[in-house]
Design a protein around this ligand. Structure first.
Ligand SMILES: NC(=O)c1ccc[n+]([C@@H]2O[C@H](COP(=O)([O-])OP(=O)(O)OC[C@H]3O[C@@H](n4cnc5c(N)ncnc54)[C@H](OP(=O)(O)O)[C@@H]3O)[C@@H](O)[C@H]2O)c1
Length: 349
């Protein structure tokens, strides 16, 4: 980038740059040629770490307020507690803060934004902006065209969530468990081992060879925190406070890419052919008229994917299969798209 251009480009900070979302964020800033005047990368600081950006190594120490105050755009991709502690004061002092944690998503003063759906929620005086839950994002993008055309009044949903959605520690634990299962098969001379429940620490149960109907912690009514987030955030993003949402959130042994089986009940009748046309033209969505997307075949790519559109059993109900990369559209890509929208509006310099 020429020096004059670099001087006018934002000073970018990334808190959590060494994590899975942080690494995707760095790659996206490069790939999408986002103007970065200077980069300040941060990690937990527990080990000496660095990240690579535009061919150079950049040290990633623990964040300090002094270092963050030199940034005009800060991405928070670390943990709720870190965002809660640092983000509001930085936004108050004039920096744009895009937070991928769940700390502020339901705060009425904080816009919760998916640019294809509700870029209009961005305001020049609301500098702390939240990105949504990665499970909800696919549904919010895929279902929005149907909601605009015929008003979705009820959503029923089962999720099949990748292990990377729970962070790097969960993914490492999954790979260790899978390697142990492979070793057991060899030890038993190829005879199928009877899987044994193993201890898990990053997730509530072992995930290799398993399916776990718990994402987050349960409340007194038996609903998980992930299920509550999906419902509340969808109502906020679609500005649909009366929307009824039932969710069963499930972790599956998939590396990346969350899948959803969704049933949407519409207030106004919409024939499947008309719905297919809307989905084929929806921004950010790639719709399969035939066949269907899977996480393995779509991981690492930007769009939300949908297929298997068909009528449901109830009146006005449509069934849809949705897949999206939790680390990209579910997190890093959405945050970069928010920043691009701020640039486009000339609110960020
Ligand atoms: N994974 C997803 O699919 C997804 C989707 C949507 C939103 N999110 C959100 O994005 C954030 C990051 O998720 P992730 O999956 O990338 O997690 P991760 O792989 O576990 O990475 C966490 C990052 O945060 C840093 N960190 C941890 N504690 C810190 C502290 N006290 N101060 C500063 N930095 C600290 C870590 O640094 P070290 O390298 O030093 O440990 C690492 O860079 C979370 O808030 C998560 O809820 C994740």
């Amino acid at each position: 980038m020429p020096r004059a251009e670099r001087r006018s480009a934002p000073a970018v900070g990334i808190v959590g740059a060494t994590g899975m979302v942080g690494q995707e964020l760095l790659a996206l800033l490069e790939r999408r040629r986002f103007p970065v005047g200077s980069l300040a990368a941060f990690s937990s600081g527990s080990f000496r770490k660095s990240v690579r950006f535009r061919g150079r190594a950049c040290a990633a120490p623990a964040p300090t307020t002094a270092a963050l105050r030199r940034c005009s755009l800060i991405f928070f991709v670390s943990a709720d507690e870190v965002s809660r502690r640092l983000a509001p004061a930085l936004a108050d002092s004039g920096a744009w803060v895009i937070d991928d944690s769940s700390a502020f998503r339901l705060d009425p003063k904080v816009p919760l934004v998916i640019p294809e759906v509700n870029a209009s929620a961005l305001r020049p005086d609301r500098r702390l902006v939240a990105g949504p839950n990665c499970t909800m994002t696919g549904l919010a993008v895929a279902g929005f065209a149907l909601h605009e055309a015929a008003e979705v009044r009820e959503v029923r949903l089962a999720s099949y969530q990748a292990v990377s959605g729970a962070g790097r520690a969960a993914l490492l634990e999954f790979f260790d468990q899978a390697a142990r299962q492979r070793a057991e098969l060899r030890l038993r001379g190829g005879k199928a081992p009877v899987p044994r429940a193993r201890k898990a620490s990053a997730l509530p149960r072992a995930i290799a060879g398993n399916v776990v109907p718990q994402v987050g912690s349960f409340d007194d009514a038996g609903e998980s925190s992930e299920e509550r987030k999906v419902a509340a955030e969808l109502r906020k993003i679609w500005s649909a406070p009366g929307l009824r949402v039932s969710v069963t959130a499930v972790r599956v042994p998939v590396v990346r890419g969350h899948s959803l089986a969704a049933w949407l009940t519409l207030r106004r009748r919409l024939a499947p052919a008309a719905a297919a046309k809307l989905l084929a033209n929806a921004p950010g969505l790639r719709f399969f008229r035939d066949g269907y997307p899977t996480p393995l075949e779509t991981a690492g790519s930007d769009p939300v994917y949908a297929g298997r559109l068909r009528p449901g059993a109830a009146a006005g109900e449509l069934a849809l299969w949705i897949v999206s990369d939790n680390l990209l559209k579910g997190a890093a890509l959405n945050s970069v798209q928010i920043a691009e929208e701020l640039l486009r509006r000339r609110w960020l310099s």
